[in-house]
Design a binder for this molecule. Structure first.
Ligand code: ZN
Length: 242
C-alpha cells in the first residue's frame, strides 16, 4: 500500500467511525495533510453519506484550497483545514464536527474544563472562536488559527468544534474525549457542583506521554466495531445535527 492509499483508507475509516458515533452526518468534515506531496485529502462536502465513504471518495486539495485531482467537491468550510495545515506542523489531521455535546459549550460560551482523567489532554484549554459564521474564507481561517493558538481544539460559537492533531488516530481520540467529557459535565452538573481535574492532576496522569498509545488503542477498537457496523442508527432516526 502506498503512503497515499494508506492515508485515504485511514481518512475514510475515520469518517465512518465518526458517523457510527453520531458525530458526523450532514455537516462536518475531516482532513489529513501530506506535507511532502503538498496534498490535503478531505472528506467531500455537505450531503455526502459519511457512513459509506471510501478511500476513492476523498477530495484532494492544495494549501490554497484548489482541487488538484479529480472532480470532487470540497466542503465550503475548507479554509478551516488549509489554514491549520499550513500554520501548524503538528496539525497533520484536522476534524471539524458539529458534535452534539461539545457544541453546547460553544453555545453557552462555557469554558471547557476536564472532568475525567482522559479529559486531561485538554487541561491547557479549549479556546472559543467567538464569531458566529461559517469559516468559508482564508481570512476567517487565519482568525481561527489565531483563536486556537497551540491548543488541540477550539469551540466555534453557535456552530461546532475543530480538533487538530499529529495524525487521524490522535484527532479521533481527542474529539471522542472532548465529546464524552462534555456529555459527562452536563450530566454530572445535574447532581451538583462539578469537580474538575486540575492541571497538576492532569500532568500527573501523564496525558501527553500516553496519548499516542491510547489513541492507537482507541483507533484499533473503533475500527474493529466499524467493520461490523450495519450503518443504521439504533433508533432508525437521524437528526439534522448528529
Ligand atoms: Zn460547520
Amino acid at each position: 500500500m502506498t503512503a497515499e492509499s494508506d492515508l485515504r483508507e485511514k481518512l475514510a475509516a475515520c469518517a465512518r467511525i465518526y458517523a457510527m458515533q453520531g458525530m458526523l452526518g450532514l455537516f462536518g468534515h475531516v482532513s489529513a495533510y501530506d506535507p511532502e506531496a503538498g496534498k490535503i485529502f478531505i472528506t467531500p462536502g455537505m450531503g455526502s453519506d459519511k457512513a459509506k465513504l471510501r478511500a476513492t471518495d476523498m477530495v484532494v486539495m492544495d494549501l490554497d484550497g484548489k482541487v488538484v485531482e479529480g472532480d470532487g467537491r470540497p466542503p465550503v468550510e475548507w479554509p478551516i483545514h488549509t489554514a491549520l495545515h499550513a500554520a501548524r506542523k503538528d496539525a497533520l489531521a484536522v476534524a471539524h464536527l458539529h458534535s452534539p455535546y461539545a457544541t453546547l459549550f460553544a453555545i453557552a460560551k462555557r469554558k471547557f474544563r476536564p472532568v475525567t482523567l482522559q479529559g486531561a489532554i485538554f487541561s491547557s484549554g479549549v479556546p472559543l472562536y467567538n464569531e458566529a459564521h461559517l469559516i468559508t474564507t482564508p481570512e476567517r481561517g487565519k482568525r481561527l488559527v489565531e483563536a486556537i493558538g497551540n491548543q488541540r481544539a477550539s469551540l466555534l460559537r453557535a456552530h461546532g468544534i475543530v480538533v487538530a492533531g499529529k495524525n487521524l488516530a490522535e484527532v479521533l481520540y481527542a474529539s471522542l474525549i472532548l465529546e464524552d467529557d462534555s456529555k459527562k459535565s452536563l450530566q454530572a452538573a445535574t447532581l451538583g457542583k462539578l469537580s474538575f481535574v486540575s492541571p497538576e492532576e492532569s500532568q500527573a496522569f501523564g496525558a501527553e506521554i500516553a496519548l499516542a498509545r491510547r489513541a492507537q488503542r482507541a483507533w484499533d477498537y473503533f475500527s474493529h466495531l466499524e467493520a461490523r457496523w450495519d450503518r443504521q442508527p439504533a433508533t432508525g432516526k437521524m437528526e439534522l445535527f448528529p
